[in-house]
Design a protein around this ligand. Structure first.
Ligand code: PNS
Length: 171
């Protein structure tokens, strides 16, 4: 069969990435090995609890994925399916850490299919990172815990700066 119509060449890895973890980077890298192009879509919808701004999150992701020629990073606002439509993307790739992720992810996957026939492909996370989440990283770092090895080096540096600024009341 030589017909390529309907095949998936470009996928999106979407998230808030506040901050990006090594678990995210692992999924993005594996997706980049499977598909021609991976678009990392950084959600910038308003939320109260962001540690890093949208511009910072995009810049960090561009830095940590710069060695993948087929990965590009873009901010997105509004619905993910609209971003997919505007960028010719047929499928979302999501990392699944545990059964606890499944319920919410399945609901979003089915809604995205219902809204715009955008498919969702689940990739099991690397067991090294199955306990890892951005919110846990923020919490551990806030209270002085060591998150080295769980986030890229640039995130570690920025986390220290941001949390010190917070503690000193500079932000
Ligand atoms: O890292 P997160 O916070 O789990 O990422 C969730 C994200 C940004 C991928 C999801 O909330 C999303 O797609 N938001 C955009 C708004 C949207 O499309 N909502 C309907 C989902 S069915």
């Amino acid at each position: 069969m030589s017909e390529k119509v309907g095949r998936v060449y470009r996928v999106v890895c979407a998230g808030s990435f506040d901050p990006v973890t090594n678990g995210h980077v692992d999924i993005i890298g594996r997706a980049a090995g499977l598909y021609d192009e991976v678009v990392v879509a950084v959600g910038i919808n308003i939320s109260k609890n962001r540690l890093f701004t949208a511009d910072e999150r995009v810049a960090i992701l561009r830095e940590v994925t710069s060695h993948y020629p087929n990965v590009r990073v873009e901010p997105f606002e509004g619905l993910l399916v609209d971003f997919c439509g505007a960028n010719g993307i047929a499928a979302v790739i999501k990392g699944l850490r545990a059964v606890s992720d499944f319920e919410n992810e399945m609901q979003m996957a089915q809604m995205n299919y219902r809204l715009a026939k955008v498919e969702t492909l689940f990739m099991t996370t690397n067991p090294l990172y199955s306990f890892l989440s951005s919110s846990l990283v923020k919490e551990i770092a806030t209270y002085g815990g060591d998150v080295s090895g769980l986030v890229p080096e640039t995130v570690l540096v920025r986390l220290r700066e941001r949390l010190a600024a917070r503690a000193e009341g500079r932000i």
